[in-house]
Design a protein around this ligand. Structure first.
Ligand SMILES: [Zn+2]
Length: 245
């Protein structure tokens, strides 16, 4: 038995004799991660985002649900691209519009709330997401994600990825999941998909309700994603605001 074998055996026996970690279970791990995220959120809210003139959406829409999909691995990149950050910050002009959209929503149905999937997205995150789709042709990629070189409206804090939920937090059925890349998610295809039986009347009506209140507040719908709304076009954002890196 050589010295390295002795060392490995001693290491393994020490490891096996240790009591299990208190953070070993998924529930504990989740709680720990949530705590870390809260600390990070406070730090970033105090620094980066506020210095950039962005505000927390919960200041405008206090009952909204925040479910930042890229701050988890359950998204198309299969990577937690945000790390500990899991809040929603936007330009004040955008949260003003969301306040209007929320009052329109409550008039339609006081039991409904907004769910935010993504808000301001730093360019560095956009670059990671773009790289994760490198297996898709450039043309096709540009349909679902802005090339980071040209910047996305998300990079300025002027776009939101949004859905609707009830007061228990159940997201309404919109026909596809968030970040579904395909015609089923295209707003302009809804009538055809309804006729083909690929979307139900309820799914289309849920999308139409979201669209009604968002367009009513001055947002614009992205043509390939039912969840994406811009508060202004990219040329206007470019002239008036800076991207966040
Ligand atoms: Zn988006």
């Amino acid at each position: 038995m050589n010295i390295s074998t002795v060392f490995i055996q001693a290491y393994l026996s020490a490891l096996l004799s240790q009591p299990p970690s208190p953070y070993a279970g998924p529930a504990q791990f989740k709680a720990l991660k949530q705590a870390l995220k809260q600390v990070e959120e406070t730090r970033r809210a105090d620094g980066t985002f506020e210095k950039h003139g962005l505000v927390n959406v919960l200041d405008a829409v206090p009952d909204a649900y925040i479910d930042i999909k890229y701050s988890d691995t359950l998204n198309f990149t299969a990577t937690d691209v945000y790390g500990p950050y899991c809040a929603c910050h936007l330009l004040p002009v955008v949260t003003d519009k969301l306040r209007v959209a929320d009052s329109l929503l409550k008039k339609e149905n006081p039991e409904l709330r907004f769910v935010f999937y993504d808000c301001t997205r730093p360019v560095s995150v956009q670059e990671r997401m773009w790289a994760s789709l490198r297996h898709i042709s450039l043309n096709e990629r540009g349909r679902y994600l802005s090339n980071p070189k040209n910047h996305s409206v998300h990079n300025y804090g002027a776009a939101v990825d949004i859905a609707l939920a009830d007061t228990s937090g159940n997201v309404l059925d919109m026909g596809t999941t968030f970040d579904h890349f395909g015609p089923e998610a295209y707003p302009y295809m809804e009538k055809t998909l309804l006729m083909q039986g690929k979307l139900t009347k309820e799914q289309v009506n849920n999308r139409l309700l979201l669209r009604k209140v968002m367009l009513g507040a001055g947002f614009r719908q992205q043509p390939f994603e039912w969840w994406h709304y811009n508060a202004m076009g990219r040329p206007e954002a470019k002239i008036r605001y800076n991207v966040l890196y």
